[in-house]
Design a protein around this ligand. Structure first.
Ligand code: SIN
Length: 520
C-alpha cells in the first residue's frame, strides 16, 4: 500500500478556497478542458511553474488529424493501431481519429494560427509511422507554443477560469471514497515546503503530464516529475501500461550533458532527413521498409544498435540536401538552436541519439477521462486512455490531450460539477523520522538506475535488482518528513520508477517500446 499523503497537515488550520472544477496542469489537455467547460462553472487551473514550462509548450512536430483529400480517419486508425503493437484500445482509437478533425477546427476558431498553404488550406507533414501527410503544425516547428498561447488567450477571456502559477499540487484529497480537493503548496519555488493551502472542488482533473525527469536523459521539461500520477495513485487511482515508456529517436546529442535534451523533431525525417551512422552510412532501410519514418520504437532501437556496433555515442541526421531557405523557414526553432551548438543544419549533419520522450502508461480512464476514483478525471499524458498502446504514433499526443480533454469537460458538466461541494476537515499525521530537504543525490541515483535498467533494452534480472534498490529509496522517503518541493517530487519520481519497473518485470515478452533482451 502506498503512503496515503506525502506530507502531514490539518486542513482546519489552512487557508482554503473553492471552485467547481480544479485542473492540475496547464498544458494543452488542461487548458482545453478548461475552455470547454460551461462558463457557469468556476474553474481553477494550477500550474506548477509558469505557463510556458510544460511539455505541450515544447512540442515541435504537430497534431495528427485526417484532414487531407487522400486521407480518412480509417487510415489514421490503422496507423495508430499498427504503431501501438497490438496494445491499443480500439474503441478509444476510434474516438480519437474520428473526433480529431473537429477539434482541429475548434482550435482554428479559437484563434490557433496553424501553418497554411497559399490556397488557405492547412499545411500537413508526415512523421514516423504515418502513411499519409496528416500532421498540422504551427510556426514551422513550434506547434505546442502556438496552441498553448492561443488556449491561454481563450482561457483569459473567460472570467470563470482562474489560472494560478507557481503552485505545486501535493496531494489529491479524498473523503468517503470521493475526491474533494487538492492540497497544494502556494509557492513552488520556495526552498522549503511552506504555505500549504487547501483547494476544495467538486471535480478534479489530473492533466499534470508525464514522467520524463525520472530518466537521466529526456526531452521533457524540468518540471515533469510524474507528480499527478503519483498523487492520484496515493489517492487510490488505478494505473495501467506503466511499462510502456517511449524513447524519441532523435534528441540533439551533446557530450556530457544530462537532464533535458533538445528535440530534433521527427518532422525533419518526415521532410526527407536521413539517418547515418558515424561512418556516414545510411542504415534505416536495413531495419524497416519505412526507413527513417518507421514507427518510433523501431527507429530508436535501430539507432541504439548502430551506436553499439560502431562504438559511437550518437548517429547523425542529414538534411543538407534540402534547400537552406526552406529549412530555415520550416524549422526555425531547430535551426536557431542547432546554430547555438555550432551546427548549421543546412550544411552540417546533426548529432542525435534516443532519449526518453513520452509515457504511454498512467491513470487508467474510460472514454470520458473518468478514473476509478469518484470525481477524479485524467487527460493528456497523465492519463492512459488506451489510444497509444505499447508505442505512441507521432503527433497523437497533443491530439489525445484535445479530444479527451474536451470529453472530460463534457462528462464533468453532466456529472460531478453540478453536485454539492463537500468541504471535510482532513488530517494526515504520519510518524516521521528526521527531515530531508536536499535530495539532489537521491535523484541522481534514481535517474541513473532508470537510464541503465529501464531504457530501450531491458532484462528481468537487472530490473529486479534495480527495483529492490529503488524500493529502499521509496521506503526511506516515505518514513522521513519531506521538507521541500524537490523532496516531494523525488518521492513521486521514486514511486513512479518502482511502478514502471514492477510492470516491466511482469511483462515478460517484448512489445512496442518495451523490449526485453531476455525474452522476445
Ligand atoms: C516530434 O516533433 O518529433 C515530436 C512529436 C511527438 O512526440 O509526437
Amino acid at each position: 500500500m502506498p503512503l496515503r499523503y506525502s506530507s502531514n497537515f490539518d486542513t482546519a488550520g489552512l487557508d482554503a478556497r473553492e471552485w467547481d472544477v480544479i485542473i492540475i496542469g496547464s498544458g494543452i489537455a488542461g487548458l482545453y478542458t478548461a475552455v470547454n467547460l460551461d462558463s457557469g462553472l468556476s474553474v481553477c487551473v494550477l500550474s506548477k511553474e509558469t505557463m510556458d514550462e510544460n511539455n505541450s509548450y515544447l512540442a515541435q512536430g504537430g497534431i495528427a488529424a485526417a484532414i487531407g483529400q487522400d486521407d480518412l480517419p480509417a487510415y489514421h486508425y490503422e496507423d495508430t493501431i499498427r504503431a501501438g503493437a497490438g496494445h491499443c484500445n480500439a474503441e478509444a482509437v476510434s474516438v480519437l481519429v474520428n473526433e480529431a478533425p473537429a477539434d482541429i477546427d475548434a482550435l482554428c476558431r479559437l484563434g490557433t494560427n496553424f501553418d497554411r498553404n497559399p490556397d488557405g488550406t492547412l499545411t500537413t507533414t508526415r512523421e514516423g509511422g504515418h502513411r499519409r501527410f496528416r500532421i498540422v503544425h504551427a510556426l514551422g516547428d513550434a506547434t505546442g507554443r502556438e496552441v498553448v498561447d492561443s488556449l491561454l488567450k481563450a482561457c483569459r477571456k473567460k472570467p470563470n477560469i482562474e489560472i494560478i502559477e507557481n503552485c505545486f499540487a501535493l496531494d489529491i484529497l479524498t473523503h468517503n471514497g470521493k475526491c474533494v480537493g487538492v492540497l497544494a503548496c502556494a509557492n513552488s519555488n520556495a526552498a522549503v515546503l511552506e504555505t500549504q493551502v487547501v483547494f476544495y472542488g467538486k471535480s478534479i482533473v489530473c492533466a499534470s503530464g508525464g514522467i520524463g525527469q525520472v530518466y537521466k536523459h529526456t526531452t521533457n521539461s524540468e518540471v515533469v516529475t510524474g507528480d499527478g500520477i503519483a498523487m492520484a495513485y496515493r489517492a487510490g487511482a488505478v494505473l495501467s501500461d506503466m511499462e510502456f515508456v517511449q524513447f524519441h529517436p532523435t534528441a540533439f546529442y551533446k557530450a556530457h550533458s544530462e537532464g533535458s535534451s533538445f528535440l530534433i523533431s521527427e518532422a525533419v525525417r518526415g521532410e526527407g532527413g536521413i539517418l547515418k551512422n558515424n561512418k556516414g552510412e545510411r542504415f534505416m532501410p536495413g531495419y524497416h521498409e519505412m526507413g527513417e519514418i518507421a514507427p518510433r520504437d523501431i527507429v530508436s532501437r535501430a539507432i541504439f544498435s548502430e551506436m553499439r556496433k560502431t562504438g559511437s555515442p550518437c548517429v547523425y541526421l542529414d538534411v543538407t540536401h534540402r534547400e537552406g531557405g526552406y529549412l530555415r523557414k520550416r524549422f526555425p526553432t531547430i535551426y536557431e538552436r542547432c546554430l547555438l551548438e555550432g551546427i548549421d543544419i543546412t550544411k552540417d549533419y546533426i548529432p542525435v541519439c534516443p532519449v526518453q520522450h513520452y509515457f504511454m502508461g498512467g491513470l487508467k480512464t474510460d472514454l470520458y477521462g473518468r478514473t476509478n476514483v469518484a470525481g477524479l478525471y485524467a487527460c493528456g499524458e497523465a492519463a492512459n486512455t488506451g489510444v497509444h498502446g505499447a508505442n505512441r504514433l507521432a503527433s497523437n499526443s497533443l491530439l489525445e490531450g484535445l479530444v479527451f480533454g474536451r470529453r472530460c469537460a463534457e462528462a464533468i458538466m453532466e456529472e460531478t460539477a453540478r453536485g454539492d461541494l463537500d468541504k471535510p476537515v482532513i488530517v494526515s499525521s504520519e510518524k516521521k523520522k528526521g527531515l530531508i530537504t536536499d535530495v539532489s543525490q537521491v535523484r541522481e541515483v534514481l535517474r541513473q538506475e532508470m537510464n541503465d535498467h529501464a531504457g530501450i533494452e531491458r532484462n528481468g534480472l537487472e530490473m529486479a535488482e534495480a527495483l529492490a534498490r529503488i524500493e529502499k529509496i521509496v521506503e526511506k522517503l516515505e518514513k522521513t518528513a519531506l521538507g521541500s518541493v524537490a523532496a516531494i517530487e523525488t518521492l513521486n519520481m521514486a514511486v513512479i520508477a518502482s511502478l514502471i519497473l514492477q510492470s516491466a518485470i511482469q511483462r515478460e515478452k517484448s512489445s512496442g517500446s518495451h523490449f526485453r533482451t531476455d525474452s522476445q
